[in-house]
Ligand binder design. Structure first.
Ligand code: HEC
Ligand code: HEC
Length: 289
């Protein structure tokens, strides 16, 4: 979704809000549920609390943009929700810190019985299901919002919610995982780390050449140990697989454990958040990010 489209949506929210005085209708108009009333075959997402079809939330979070999620949240949710720390409830509860918080836990907010009965915590996968179709997740909920049908856009919003936390920086929040750390990481911080810790051996420039190690522009997603113009160790060239978020996580945590015999003379980055930022930076080094 480009920014013109977001402006259009924002304008539509404003107009619909003014004209109808009801964000319930606005949300329904804005995010129509395109599913047929009677599907020809069973659709998993229609069962209460079922996982939406398509790639898992972890896979989508690995490529998600919290910044884009913030834009979407501003356009789609801000009429009803505040996102600032200590902010007041609006039509819906304040959402700062909602990720991994117990469902329906804001003390001074009157939740519907439907949401109170849902129980559990707002894990990324439950947020994903909730935002797919709130009425499917908690039938009878008062959240007047049809849902976000696009899985990638939904993951962007979840990544944004994950970033709204005092402890987003603290080591892996239980159940959140490295993919979501990467989704909410700052590639700029990763660039600073890479400059300090990797640039003695690696170039990160577009068209950069190999130094002690291979050039890393475009390495994300590429086959492991398969860059052109570099003589890799057999440990790396014979490893197999691609440089996914998960593979880079293991590699940069401990290169010699990932590929015993590798020639990369680097101990690894123990801090999860710092490693996630470097992975987010590597992912940004592409002509097709
Ligand atoms: C029309 C108003 C409205 C819109 C738009 C809306 N919400 Fe809500 N939201 C609510 C209400 C009301 C509740 C409480 C529901 C209940 O008690 O059943 C709620 C609850 C929630 C909760 C559960 C919070 C908790 O403390 O358990 C989350 C998470 C949430 N909304 C996220 C979002 C996101 C993200 C968006 C935008 C993509 C959004 N909402 C759009 C009104 C809205
Ligand atoms: C002391 C030099 C050195 C440092 C410091 C270093 N690397 Fe490397 N790196 C290498 C070498 C050498 C290889 C090739 C290893 C092999 O063939 O076994 C390599 C390989 C890689 C690869 C695999 C690329 C491909 O095409 O498959 C990645 C990704 C990588 N390094 C990332 C990093 C990052 C990120 C940092 C900093 C956090 C870093 N390296 C720090 C020397 C270094």
């Amino acid at each position: 979704m480009d920014s013109i489209e977001i402006n259009k949506i924002a304008a539509a929210v404003l107009c619909a809000g003014l004209a109808l005085g009801g964000s319930v209708l606005a949300a329904t108009v804005l995010v129509p549920d395109r599913r047929p009333a009677r599907p020809a075959f069973p659709i998993a997402g229609l069962e209460p609390d079922a996982a939406p079809a398509g790639p898992s939330i972890d896979a989508r979070l690995a490529r998600a943009s919290a910044a884009h999620g913030a834009q979407l949240a501003g356009a789609l949710c801000a009429a009803c929700h505040g996102f600032d720390k200590g902010g007041a409830a609006r039509v819906g509860p304040n959402l700062f810190g909602v990720a991994n918080r117990a469902v329906a836990a804001v003390a001074d907010y009157q939740y519907s019985p439907a949401l109170k009965q849902a129980g559990g915590r707002w894990t990324p996968s439950r947020l994903d299901r909730w935002l797919t179709r709130p009425q499917g997740f908690a039938p009878g909920t008062r959240m007047g919002f049809a849902g976000i049908s696009d899985g990638a856009a939904r993951a962007d919003v979840v990544a944004y919610l994950l970033s709204l936390s005092d402890t987003a920086s603290a080591a892996p929040t239980a159940g959140v995982g490295f993919a979501s750390l990467v989704a909410s990481a700052d590639p700029g911080a990763g660039a600073a780390t890479a400059n300090a810790e990797c640039s003695a051996c690696h170039s990160f420039d577009r068209n950069g050449s190999a130094m002690i190690g291979p050039a890393l522009y475009g390495a994300f997603g590429r086959g492991i140990g398969q860059g052109a113009d570099y003589a890799y160790s057999a440990a790396l060239s014979g490893h197999g697989g691609n440089w996914t978020v998960a593979a880079l996580d293991d590699w940069l945590r401990n290169p010699r454990r990932f590929a015993p015999g590798t020639r990369m003379g680097f101990a690894g980055i123990a801090d999860d958040k710092a490693r996630a930022a470097v992975v987010a930076y590597l992912r940004s080094l592409s002509d097709h990010p």
